[in-house]
Design a protein around this ligand. Structure first.
Ligand SMILES: [Zn+2]
Length: 411
């Protein structure tokens, strides 16, 4: 069977009809709709002869044996956020199905080829992203914390998993699935505006951003808005406000795609008649290079000390969360670049702001790469998410070329 890229688009439409409504995709992990999507996927793959296996973390694997036990993995996620888009996660899965069909039709491949539909990439119901892939990658270390999680209706995470045949205590046994992995490929919509702004259908992802997330607490003195002269004030918000603007030149100075966001400031007492005593500020900083990420943070801290002195307030920093940058495999980046150029003429290399299952697999030491296809208006996680049909078809073709090249390079 030759690659039929139109079939992928038709199947994505079919999935949208089956699991979406007027507000968008509703394939939230560990729900009936999600289970229906997985059954539908099973039927789609059946014709290839690949065997299905659900691992201990609920990941759905389809395996086509090859000459070697070593496996080329293609991954995606069929789960969505509530009111999600029609492509996030499932484009990768359905493109993978089409590639499996082509590989199966060509006869036995030099490597085993496996398609994985990761369980609960989005973490929409319990707030824990990358569930299945982190279990398989061996980076799931928060079992006790997961046990205590509940959804909005008060259902405990272990109970929701059990309804779908997954025992949280055994989830990390999914680790064995990556034992024979030779390489991992993932196609995804970009979910950002870069490729569209460059008028390019496809790009190669260099890796996922490292992230530093902090809460910065500014402490001044509450004082009456009428009786306190301007030069006698210790205004906590003034420090936060200066920093919120300073992160722009800091990001520009560090460059190479650096992004910094002050996503919120909570002021106390927070009334119109008082100078702000306490300002709690949120800061998110991201970069693809560890040194540059460290520099973004150091510059922001230095600036905050300076602003605290200028405003006669105190400042303190508390880390909320951080993750190191995860770089993809150089050889696979070259192969992905070549595949894209064959399909669309020119390629572009870009980092990924969002995390993906691919980052977990790469962290586990498996050579990994991702392809991005252009997102219209850069929108995702909304029913407005869209990609031109011809670009979707090109993305299936590029994944297929990359699969063929990787099978050759890694066998
Ligand atoms: Zn996704």
């Amino acid at each position: 069977m030759a690659l039929d890229t139109q079939r992928t688009v038709a199947e994505l439409e079919e999935l949208r009809q089956l699991t979406g409504d007027e507000n968008g995709a509703q394939r939230v992990a560990w729900t009936d709709t999600w289970a229906r999507a997985r059954e539908w996927l099973r039927d789609k793959v059946a014709g290839t002869g690949a065997t299905e296996e659900i691992d201990e973390a609920g990941n759905q694997w389809f395996t086509l044996p090859g000459d070697s036990d070593r496996a080329l993995l293609i991954g995606g996620h069929i789960d969505s956020v509530p009111n999600g888009g029609w492509l996030d996660g499932c484009l990768n899965v359905m493109a993978g199905v089409e590639v499996l069909r082509r590989v199966a039709a060509d006869g036995r491949a030099p490597l085993t080829v496996r398609l994985v539909n990761w369980a609960d990439e989005e973490g929409a119901r319990f707030g824990r992203s990358l569930f299945g892939s982190s279990a398989a990658a061996g980076s799931m270390t928060d079992q006790d914390e997961l046990r205590r999680r509940h959804d909005a209706e008060g259902v405990a995470l272990p109970d929701a998993l059990a309804e779908h045949g997954v025992d949280l205590d055994r989830a990390t046994e999914a680790r064995s699935q990556l034992a024979n992995a030779a390489a991992y490929l993932e196609l995804h919509i970009e979910q950002g505006p870069v490729l569209e702004s460059m008028n390019l259908p496809l790009g190669v992802v260099l890796g996922t951003f490292g992230v530093e997330r902090h809460q910065i607490t500014w402490k001044g003195q509450a004082a009456h808005a009428g009786s306190t002269p301007m030069d006698k004030r210790r205004d906590a918000l003034a420090g936060a406000a200066k920093l919120a603007l300073e992160i722009r030149p800091i990001a520009a100075q560090v460059g190479e795609g650096a992004v910094c966001t002050s996503g919120g400031v909570v002021c106390k007492p927070g009334i119109v008649t008082s100078v702000v005593e306490t300002a709690e500020q949120l800061l998110d900083q991201r970069h693809l290079k560890a040194e540059s990420l460290a520099r973004l943070l150091a510059l922001a801290k230095e600036s905050s000390e300076r602003f605290a002195a200028e405003e006669d307030v105190e400042v303190s920093w508390q880390r909320i969360w951080s993750i190191e940058p995860i770089l993809f495999d150089e050889q696979l980046i070259e192969l992905a670049d070549a595949s894209i150029r064959e399909v669309s003429g020119s390629s572009h290399r870009l980092p990924s702001g969002p995390l993906h299952d691919a980052a977990e697999v790469a962290r586990a030491g498996v050579p990994t790469v991702m392809l991005f296809v252009q997102s219209l208006r850069g929108l995702s996680h909304t029913k407005l998410e869209d990609t031109k049909k011809e670009h979707l078809e090109m993305s299936v073709q590029a994944l297929d070329r990359l699969t063929a090249k990787a099978l050759e390079a890694f066998s």
